[in-house]
Ligand binder design. Sequence first.
Ligand SMILES: Nc1ncnc2c1ncn2[C@@H]1O[C@H](COP(=O)(O)OP(=O)(O)OP(=O)(O)O)[C@@H](O)[C@H]1O
Ligand SMILES: [Mg+2]
Length: 390
Amino acid sequence: MQANFPLPPGSVLGLLGGGQLGRMFAQAAASMGYKVKVLEKGECPASEVSAYHIDAAYTDKKAIEELRQTTAAVTTEFENVPAEVLSALAADGACVTAPASHAVAIAQDRIDEKTFLQSVAGVPVAPHAALLSADDADSLDASLFPAILKTARMGYDGKGQRSVNNIAETKAAFAELGNRVCILEKKLSLAKEVSVIVVRSLTGETVTFPLFENVHRNGILATTVFPARVTDEVSQKVRDYAARIAETLQYKGVLCIEFFVLTDGSVSANEMAPRPHNSGHVTIEAAVTSQFEQQVRAMAGLPLGDTSALCHGVMLNLLGDLWFDENDNHREPNWAELLKIEGVKLHLYGKAEARRARKMGHVTVLGATQEEALSRAKRAASVLGLPEPL
Ligand SMILES: Nc1ncnc2c1ncn2[C@@H]1O[C@H](COP(=O)(O)OP(=O)(O)OP(=O)(O)O)[C@@H](O)[C@H]1O
Ligand SMILES: [Mg+2]
């Protein structure tokens, strides 16, 4: 079955993965009149708000076939969807997948990703070297140290990484990380971390959002300030690079790219996520079109929306830790106090069990100015018992 694009409202949109990104996608799709069919094993944040739920693993061949036969377009909400699943869905042109499997495959491997960014797209990245075995460390150039050793595949939230200062430490860290293929990256001198979201439509139209400024805590995104506090020059450069990356990849859908702004003012691309991103949640309220609405528009073959900021926003991530007091007893965060603060919007993902470091929800704090958004966000953080946002 080959559908005619744009897909009209009422059509069924396929979704691989049922976490919070899928939930917010399904909410955006429903508000535009689309029906989402989510593939995920068991009840999940997205199944609660989707019209249909295929309760199976995303590797289940029958389930993939059902999705292929009943949806004209499929999107993803997590990074490690096997690229073969996307190829199977797209076989015979039955289904459009946004993103396509080749883009997902590149983003899943830090070595392929860095090679693509630097050599194919011409975007600066940290000096780096691939390590296929511990012995490869012997030929590393001393100028790469101090460095970070990262597993090439399956890293997230700072997992699978070690700081290393020399060849001996690199060998030890390589073994600690399980003797898996790794990339060694020179440790750059960071002034700020930012991300950019670029969206490319089925017809090749490309738009970028204003930059997001991110602060991580324990390797997990803690706070995003939108728009980022960077010069117009940095902002334009990063947005231009993002558009070039999406174009070079012939990307379909929403793509997030993390960049470092270095202390000398230059920028360096870190990694790509072929999906909406935690740093982009602030677009739900603070931009004309949210990253999730863009995901719907892109996969349905519609024109993309205006990415302009409507106001300033600060996003605070709510991790499961907030549900425990100092004695490890369960508690409920004080939502009523939080919601008294002007400009506060609460998002909870419907996860039954709070666990430490688990993403349970986020708060977006809006303001007419950056100062207003930040001062409200500081009050919100203090009510919740979070460290002060920068
Ligand atoms: N080359 C580098 N120089 C300096 N700092 C770095 C470098 N690479 C990574 N970092 C720091 O480590 C953090 C995590 O790295 P990275 O984003 O590559 O890992 P991750 O586990 O995939 O994170 P996530 O998927 O949650 O964004 C970065 O946000 C940055 O603070
Ligand atoms: Mg990262």
